[in-house]
Design a protein around this ligand. Structure first.
Ligand code: OGA
Ligand code: NI
Length: 358
């Protein structure tokens, strides 16, 4: 096969990982090869490592009083001990989960020239490309990404909403409404589990911001050398992650200083606490660091929704969660400023939250 001219596989100044993969490189380009300390250990997880908790949403939304109580306390424990959980019986139609997965996959399978029409402009975070790349010597993730602002309307860039696949934009629209409802409901139960009024977050958040990021991880001949997605916490209040149907491995969370793989449950959604809830709860609930690893033969897809407060609001630990045993750990700040700080820094564990630490 004739070598592909290197300039044609770039989006902006970054190599497009899917195109790179098509060349079946036997040597992974240096920019993707992680330093020793960052490389994923591919040893099988310890047999004793427990998996992240499962929450049965239907018991919260339409269970008996007893079911509601016991599921609420499981939810509270999941938030406090894990920061991550999988939701089953979440009420979103399986056919909608399938549709969003299909249009996402179809989008990533379009020719690069087509996807480049939606290329992420320098200094922005929406569109096709890798955000959070700020220097030439920064290591790159083995991943292609497509991100869109969804709500409120003013964060949208209509030029970036694909006309192909035909059903893409309509499906994102319907899916986002459903995921939004789920976030609102989960935040209600999370608030109640903290002994607060169910609507505290909704009232506090103002006009909430919702964004979607689709991640496509091509197979990698050397999964031991690269990361699909760098370790980070999410800058949201809550994040909802849907994985491709045939996912076996990929997402890992940092638990007690070990990377624990999240074992997918078919049709479940994975929820995690973001930085906003960590700050509001004064660290009682933490936004846990996570990353994605790649697979030698299998590709993987994830569809990630970030749900966050309005950029306008000021936030800091809620007074109900601060006392002499739990002194205030974070300062008050404007959420818009935090968001800006988050997207203008590289993903580096929980470093962005230092912005808010006292
Ligand atoms: C994210 C994220 C993990 C994954 O997009 O913020 O953590 O498995 N994704 O794709
Ligand atoms: Ni994340």
């Amino acid at each position: 096969m004739a070598p592909i001219p290197i300039s044609s596989i770039k989006v902006g100044h970054i190599d497009d990982v899917q195109e790179l993969r098509k060349t079946k490189p036997t040597i992974i380009p240096d920019r993707f090869v992680r330093d020793m300390a960052e490389r994923p250990t591919l040893a099988p997880a310890m047999p004793c490592s427990s998996d992240i908790p499962t929450i049965n949403f239907s018991k919260l939304s339409k269970g008996s009083k007893d079911e509601l109580e016991s599921e609420s306390s499981q939810l509270a424990a999941a938030c406090e001990n894990w920061g991550f959980f999988q939701v089953i019986n979440h009420g979103i139609d399986l056919s909608l989960l399938e549709s969003i997965e299909k249009v996402t996959k179809d989008f990533f399978m379009l020719p690069l020239e087509e996807k480049k029409k939606y290329a992420m402009a320098p200094g922005t975070v929406q569109g096709y490309g890798q955000a959070f790349v700020l220097s030439e010597d920064q290591k790159l993730d083995w991943c292609n990404m497509f991100a869109l602002g969804v709500e409120p309307n003013f964060i949208r860039n209509p030029m970036l909403w694909p006309t192909e696949p035909e059903k893409f934009s309509g499906t994102v629209e319907v899916y986002s409404k459903e995921v939004r409802k789920l976030c609102q409901n989960l935040l209600k139960y999370i608030a109640m589990g903290l002994g607060l009024k169910g609507d505290v977050f909704e009232k506090m958040f103002g006009e909430t911001v919702q964004a979607i990021r689709m991640n496509y991880y091509p197979p990698c001949s050397r999964p031991d050398l690269v990361l699909g997605l760098s370790p980070h916490s999410d800058g949201s209040a809550l994040t909802v992650l849907q994985q491709g149907k045939d996912t076996s491995v990929g997402l890992q969370i940092l638990k007690d200083d070990r990377w624990v793989p999240v074992k997918p449950i078919p049709n479940a959604l994975i929820i995690n606490i973001g930085d906003t809830i960590e700050v509001l709860t004064n660290g009682k609930y933490k936004s846990v660091e996570h990353r994605a690893v790649t697979h030698k033969e299998k590709d993987r897809l994830s569809i990630v929704t970030f749900y966050a407060p309005s950029y306008e609001i000021e936030l800091g630990p809620m007074e109900e969660l601060v006392d002499e045993n739990n002194p205030c750990k974070y300062r008050r700040y404007n959420h818009g400023e935090y968001s800006k700080h988050y997207v203008t820094n590289k993903l580096q564990g929980k470093k962005t939250l230092e912005f808010a630490k006292i």
